[in-house]
Design a protein around this ligand. Structure first.
Ligand code: TXA
Ligand code: MG
Length: 317
């Protein structure tokens, strides 16, 4: 992004327009968080229901008070440890914050992203920027500028090119508005890392979870039918396939033995960071190829894979 493009992006935000902004997690659909008309445009462009709150992105922790109150010591510790970075904190909202942003909840999600283009844009703009992932509601989040174009096309006034997102899945969301912090959406900052910083166990309570669109069962989903299976289930399934059945794909975590010509196997990388980095683009590519089914191989059951496991579950429900 050169200087004139940055200026253009800032001007558009100030005029209440939509700008697609690369972040280290996924691309966001950005608008001035203080402009109600601009916020409404985000919901319209995504086809997102009004009660699904947006995350506000800021450049600097000094801006936090404009949005949130009652910032607990734990919230501060997490902000210091992980910002700028792929962490969203849910805090009690400042009374001046528009209900349009928060879906009438008394809390607000805040994040300082670390992608250099997001940083430059937020600093030059100076205020908070509301930005959900830049996809249509319920679909796969975009991890390239090209994917934003596919998702939203001319519904966005400018798409900033920022290369492929480094993390590849959405930020970890931690609710620090209550007594005990709680993860609402797993991300590549793991529960273990958070507990290490806080010297405290996280709440596992599922009750009273606020409305989180990322918490809807079917989310981040391809159009093609998908199924989550273990290696054994996949091998059995493939063995039983008839010659004349339609093409299908397997997103695998290891090479699989299968010679059938209608089966396409994509082998993902072995570690959770590399897997997460490639996941949405791999799903997006497979989704375009008219398979009758995409089989997702289950990933390991340990905490390092929480974010990936969560996205695979949602993609297949
Ligand atoms: O990595 C990310 O977080 C990306 C990039 C662009 O920053 N953004 C993102 O936004 O994933 P979105 O809107 O697609 O997902 C944000 C999630 C939604 O599930 C929303 O419901 C939840 O955060 N959320 C926002 N504010 C909340 C609040 N006050 N309480 C609970 N959940 C909230
Ligand atoms: Mg989203």
């Amino acid at each position: 992004m050169n200087n004139s493009e940055l200026k253009k992006a800032v001007t558009l935000l100030k005029e209440g327009c939509l700008v697609a902004m690369p972040t280290e997690t996924v691309y966001g659909l950005a608008a001035d968080a203080k402009n109600p008309e601009a916020i409404k445009k985000i919901f319209r462009a995504k086809g997102r229901p009004a009660d699904h709150p947006l995350i506000v992105h800021i450049a600097d922790i000094l801006q936090l008070h404009a949005w949130a109150i009652d910032i607990s010591p734990q919230a501060r510790q997490l902000a210091e440890a992980f910002w700028p970075g792929p962490l969203t904190l849910i805090l009690k909202k400042n009374s001046q914050v528009s209900d349009l942003l928060t879906g009438r909840q008394d809390t607000i999600g805040i994040r300082i992203p670390r992608h250099p283009i997001a940083q430059a844009l937020l600093q030059a703009f100076g205020g908070g920027v509301a930005a959900p992932s830049a996809n249509r509601f319920g679909r796969i989040s975009p991890t390239t500028a090209e994917a934003v174009r596919e998702e939203l096309g001319d519904k966005v006034d400018l798409i900033l090119e920022g290369g492929q997102c480094e993390v590849g899945v959405e930020s970890t969301i931690v609710d620090v508005s209550g007594e005990i912090p709680r993860v609402l959406r797993p991300g590549m900052i793991t529960s273990r890392q958070i507990e290490e910083v806080l010297h405290q166990h996280l709440s596992l309570e599922k009750k009273n979870v606020p409305r989180v669109s990322g918490a809807l069962e079917s989310h981040y989903a391809p159009m093609t039918k998908t199924k989550l299976m273990s290696r054994e289930e996949i091998e059995l399934y493939l063995q039983k396939l008839n010659e004349n059945e339609l093409p299908l794909a397997v997103l695998a975590t290891e090479p699989l033995l299968c010679q059938k010509k209608q089966v396409t196997i994509v082998v993902m990388k072995k570690n959770p960071f590399a897997y997460a980095h490639d996941l949405y683009q791999a799903l997006r590519d497979l989704d375009k190829r008219n398979f009758q089914l995409i089989i997702l191989q289950k990933v390991p059951d340990n905490a390092d894979w929480d974010a990936v496991r969560d996205r695979l579950q949602r993609a297949s429900s």
